[in-house]
Design a protein around this ligand. Structure first.
Ligand SMILES: Cc1ncc(C[n+]2csc(CCOP(=O)(O)OP(=O)(O)O)c2C)c(N)n1
Ligand SMILES: [Mg+2]
Length: 428
């Protein structure tokens, strides 16, 4: 074989995806198919995975443009539950605003908002049991907030201060809490997927009743971990909910690079024999309903569900990102599925259970609450103002039994510190 192309065949070429809009372009979403709210079929939770084709390519929506909850997926929640959902989502946004600002003020090194995606974590968490195990990515702070986790504890972690239970060992926002049934966030994308499936398999193997839920971004579905997790989940019918948060962007790479031009992310499920649902991720009631459905399927040993939450990352990837460099300026404001908080608020107003005055008062109250918590957390110190964790804790809490090489490194570090004449840094 030589490397000579054959004259009678066309030369091969690659398709390189290109986003439709770049800075300076006017983004326009007329090609995004938005089926009417209420139009998606709601199958029995025991339905075989082979019958999910239409649900994996469609878009389940509950809230219509007038704020009505319509169709077979409408979850029929009480006004109190709807108000609680709205409050958690607004609290996530207020928390994000404040912590983003804290990073800009130099009080911490890093922060990640989930603006525009608040429904994905909050509504899903409300549809799960409090002790179901969650394996989030870095954009589901809404899980902790919807579980009434302490905001001060979260902030202590963001500041890596004296009150940080993780002793400054994790990047800010990479929370971890066993009591919150919230698995340690990992910076390595998609590692939480096989971990969630493994945990779910263990739960089933032990005859427990708790299920697992995991979340990753659409970009992260390109990782091998995503695919091996799907195989294990399908083969063993693991009691797990696999969420793919399709927010259109993976830092500056648009979703086409993870495969969105060729198919939907929910359709990935079909090849594995997993039930796949593609839902409006900015519709808190659709998120709640799909999660409740998938939880019932898992809890009754009918197997896993993969839910694609079709949404939009309204702001930068993180405090280290500037989206104006790579995407059109009007994308977030013109996103055809709107803002999740405004839509749930509109529903409550439509029901006569909420109004603009109460909403504005709640926003003020939540901003004050976050500010008070921030003050309390800052009393434990902020990142960059000295060493909050004594050096001799550096190697603790990672391994149950510290390996010999870490013991050696620890001894060397302490000897060097001792010799440096700064013994204050050594005290626990
Ligand atoms: C294995 C791995 N590869 C690359 C990165 C760098 N990285 C961090 S976040 C990110 C984008 C992920 O995008 P997506 O999965 O869509 O999640 P989103 O940030 O949109 O929520 C990348 C490439 C990483 N942290 N880990
Ligand atoms: Mg993404």
């Amino acid at each position: 074989m030589t490397g000579e192309p054959r004259a009678n065949l066309p030369p091969l070429s690659l398709h390189v995806p290109e986003p439709k809009f770049r800075p300076g372009d006017k983004a326009e979403f007329s090609d995004v198919i938005v089926p009417p709210a209420g139009s998606g079929r709601r199958p029995d939770p025991a339905e075989p995975a082979a019958q999910f084709h239409e649900l994996a390519y469609g878009l389940v929506r509950v809230l219509d443009d007038e704020g009505n909850a319509v169709g077979p997926w409408a979850p029929r929640l009480t006004p109190d539950t709807l108000r609680r959902m709205l409050r958690y989502m607004a609290l996530v946004r207020a928390f994000d605003e404040r912590m983003f600002r804290a990073q800009r003020q130099g009080k911490t090194s890093f922060y990640m908002k989930c603006t525009g995606e608040e429904a994905v974590a909050v509504a899903a968490t409300m549809a799960l049991q409090r002790d179901d195990m969650t394996f989030p990515s870095y954009r589901q702070q809404g899980i902790l907030i919807a579980r009434d986790w302490s905001l001060v504890d979260m902030m202590n972690q963001i500041y890596s201060n004296k009150g940080d239970r993780l002793q400054g060992k994790q990047l800010p926002i990479m929370y971890s809490t066993r009591e919150g049934a919230f698995f340690s966030i990992s910076g390595n994308l998609a590692t939480q997927y096989p971990q969630a499936v493994g945990w779910a398999m263990a739960s089933a193997a032990k005859g427990d009743t708790r299920i697992a839920a995991t979340w990753c971004g659409e970009g992260s579905t390109a990782e091998g971990d995503f695919h091996s997790a799907c195989t294990f989940a399908s083969v063993y019918r693991a009691p797990v909910i696999l969420n793919v948060v399709n927010n259109q962007w993976a830092i500056s790479s648009f979703s086409g690079f993870a495969g969105a031009e060729a198919t939907t992310f929910a359709a990935r499920a079909l090849g594995y024999g997993i039930a796949g649902l593609r839902i409006d991720g900015n519709d808190a009631l659709a998120v709640y309903a799909a999660t409740e459905w998938a939880a019932e399927r898992a809890r009754t040993n009918q197997g896993p569900t993969l839910i694609e939450h079709f949404t939009y990352r309204a702001e930068g990837h993180s405090t280290s990102d500037d989206p104006s460099q790579y995407r059109s300026a009007n994308e977030a404001s013109d996103w055809p599925l709107g803002d999740p908080i405004a839509r749930l608020k509109g529903h409550l107003v439509r029901l006569g259970e909420w109004d603009d005055e109460r909403h504005a008062a709640q926003d003020l109250e939540l901003a004050e609450l976050v500010k008070r918590c921030q003050k309390e957390a800052e009393a434990n110190g902020i990142l960059g103002h000295g060493l909050h964790q004594p050096l001799d804790t550096l190697f603790d809490g990672v391994f149950e039994e510290m390996p010999w090489h870490l013991k050696e490194q620890r001894a060397q570090m302490l000897a060097e510190e001792e010799a440096s004449g700064r013994p204050w840094a050594l005290k626990s």
